[in-house]
Design a protein around this ligand. Structure first.
Ligand SMILES: NC(=O)c1ccc[n+]([C@@H]2O[C@H](COP(=O)([O-])OP(=O)(O)OC[C@H]3O[C@@H](n4cnc5c(N)ncnc54)[C@H](OP(=O)(O)O)[C@@H]3O)[C@@H](O)[C@H]2O)c1
Length: 267
């Protein structure tokens, strides 16, 4: 199992905005695209990929099952619908979007349905998103150790999630950091700005390089070609130990996303 370290996020983007973002990203060399049923942009993403001419075999596509499709009789049919929109026979990674405790479908039921989707060849890998330690443990108990490729979680210099990431590392589960830029908030940070100046880099590159150096996968989104291009260069930036230590101190439990009814009790 492996999760590519650098991808493109598509949350909040629909219609021409997402088509342009995905096409620009693919032209610039991105090959990993993160979407979700709830983003309502799978068909646009599918169109952008088709128009880009990039062969499917070069791409790594992730989608996420929305909570209304968690029941055993709904998950696979909803995935087939997503695949039709994405114009592909399989996704590379399929995630449960939120644990949604109390939503009426037990974790064991949706994790089994997720595993079934993989058996059917509709996804190469499976994973979870927004799971805390306890729920990740439960998910592992259902599908087996080594079967969960990633836990995609909110993680930025302002929300470093150290307990959960330590647990995931111990379990061999790749951390995917979403909102690594805290939806733009960390871009105004003075410490990150100093580190960026030192390396003649951008603040966004510093935040992304920090996450990459900790071994996390990142999926920043942008509507701007120049940001898409410069973000990708974060892969070439090497932060030193002092930079990493200064960023570690920026932790402030800065959570941006915690929808009631969907989110677990955070660690
Ligand atoms: N699993 C989940 O529950 C979950 C939840 C949230 C997000 N996600 C995934 O994670 C992805 C990333 O999160 P996100 O899109 O919410 O937030 P993000 O990547 O932290 O930030 C995106 C914002 O930062 C700006 N930006 C990006 N690069 C920039 C740069 N170099 N300089 C200045 N501004 C820059 C973008 O504006 P411009 O367009 O102006 O560049 C956009 O407003 C999502 O797209 C989605 O795929 C998953």
């Amino acid at each position: 199992m492996s999760i590519p370290s650098f991808g493109l996020g598509t949350f909040r983007l629909t219609g021409q905005a997402v088509i342009d973002s995905v096409k620009s990203a693919l032209e610039l060399g991105y090959r990993v695209i993160d979407t979700a049923q709830i983003y309502q942009n799978e068909a646009d993403v599918g169109q952008a990929i088709a128009e880009s001419g990039v062969p499917r075999s070069e791409l790594f596509i992730t989608t996420k099952i929305w909570v209304e499709n968690y029941a055993a009789d709904k998950l696979v049919p909803s995935l087939r619908d997503s695949l039709k929109k994405l114009r592909t026979d399989y996704v590379d990674l399929l995630l449960i979007h939120w644990p949604a405790p109390g939503n009426g479908v037990e974790l064991a039921e949706y994790m089994q349905a997720l595993a079934e989707a993989r058996k059917l060849g509709l996804t190469r890998q499976i994973g979870v998103s927004n799971f805390n330690i306890e729920l990740t443990r439960q998910a592992i108990a259902v599908v087996g150790k080594g079967e969960i490729a990633t836990n995609q979680i909110e993680l930025s210099p302002y929300l470093q999630n150290t307990k959960l990431t330590a647990f995931l590392k111990e379990q061999g589960i790749t951390v995917t950091s979403y909102m690594t830029l805290a939806y733009g908030k960390v871009l105004k940070d003075p410490v990150l700005a100093e580190i960026a100046n030192k390396h003649k880099a951008t603040v966004a590159q510093v935040a992304l390089a920090w996450a990459l150096q900790l071994g996390y996968a990142v999926i920043p989104s942008s509507t701007k070609r120049e940001n898409l291009a410069s973000n990708l260069l974060a892969r070439d930036l090497r932060l030193d130990d002092e930079d990493m230590a200064r960023i570690a101190k920026l932790e402030r439990n800065g959570r941006e996303v915690s929808p009631e009814g969907l989110a677990p009790i955070w660690d």
